[in-house]
Design a protein. Structure first.
Length: 308
């Protein structure tokens, strides 16, 4: 990788990285981190063996693929083009964009998760919110209310750390590294969300992006992880049910980004086993209705304030 990548100025922090780039970014926080060099290159393309592929699904209509090309990786999506990833540097080179915000959000997904693997941490498909100075992960598959619940907690005065993918360190204590300062909500949910944010228009997947105001973002320093909550549907008042460590390991691993090779899977298993043994994990059962949100928020606030 060319030494000229060391020249661009620091744009801000995200997911534990200090973004070094001449490209404008919209969702970064303040603070230091591991330098991550980002540049744009016209006519970017790559060939290689396909490792993973993604097909369109409700709420996420893009398709994509991840390929191995020499010592690097290349990630392509139908809505933002190519990302060339060198996790050793680390650096990411991107295609030019018609929609810079969408390209930025995609970059902080799979491409950055590959760099995170290289650094010994894990990327979990979960939202994260800081409550009483500690992070709470809201984990679950797509369309299970992670972003909606995260936005409700943010409206209650708690800092959004991540909307969709959370980087967790397995040090002592385990930490969550704040991600991009954006919420992407269904259009019908937006009128009920009142946050200091810039509204960006409707995207191709039917979502509206709310880019948080800079004074609401906080810095990119890690936040101690208090608990992981698996979002489940239920009836009656919301409840928190402790999850046994073996079950927590299974469920966290299913939501953890990993490459399809033995070394990556073994490493992910080891890191998640360490995390699940040291962090309280609960099934959060609640009615998936807006009328139940206030009770759920209060339950999470009580949990974060408790010893654990």
């Amino acid at each position: 990788m060319s030494r000229r990548l060391a020249e661009p100025s620091n744009r801000g922090a995200c997911l534990g990285y200090e973004i070094r780039s001449s490209i404008p970014f919209q969702t970064l926080r303040t603070g230091p981190g591991t330098p991550l060099y980002v540049e744009e290159r016209p006519d970017l393309a790559a060939d290689g063996d396909t490792l993973l592929s993604w097909q369109p699904r409700p709420g996420n209509p893009f398709h994509g693929r991840l390929v191995k090309t020499g010592s690097m990786y290349a990630f392509w999506t139908s809505d933002t083009g190519w990302y060339l990833i060198d996790p050793k540097v680390p650096s990411i080179t991107m295609s030019p964009a018609d929609n810079p915000l969408r390209r930025e959000v995609r970059m902080f997904g799979v491409p950055t998760s590959i760099c995170t693997l290289e650094r010994g941490d894990v990327s979990i498909h979960a939202s994260a919110v800081e409550v009483a100075g500690r992070a709470v992960l809201l984990a679950g598959p797509s369309r299970y209310g992670k972003t909606t619940l995260a936005s409700a907690l943010a409206q209650a005065g708690h800092r959004l750390l991540a909307e969709d993918s959370s980087r967790c360190s397995t040090g002592e204590p385990p930490m969550v590294m704040p991600g991009p300062a954006v919420l992407r909500l269904r259009e019908d949910v937006v009128p009920f969300v009142d946050l200091p944010a810039t509204r960006v228009g409707l995207d191709s997947d039917g979502r509206v992006a709310l880019v948080l105001d800079e004074h609401e973002r906080g810095d990119g320093s890690g936040v101690p992880l208090r608990a992981i909550l698996f979002l489940r549907s239920g009836s009656g008042p919301p409840t928190l049910e402790p999850v046994r460590t073996p079950d927590a390991l299974r469920d966290i691993l299913a939501l953890t980004f990993q490459l399809p090779d033995h070394a990556s899977r073994a490493s992910a298993f080891s890191r998640v086993a360490d995390l699940s043994a040291r962090v309280d994990t609960f099934d959060l059962r609640r009615r998936m209705e807006s009328s139940a949100t206030g009770e759920v928020v209060r339950l999470i606030q009580d949990l974060a304030a408790s010893d654990g």
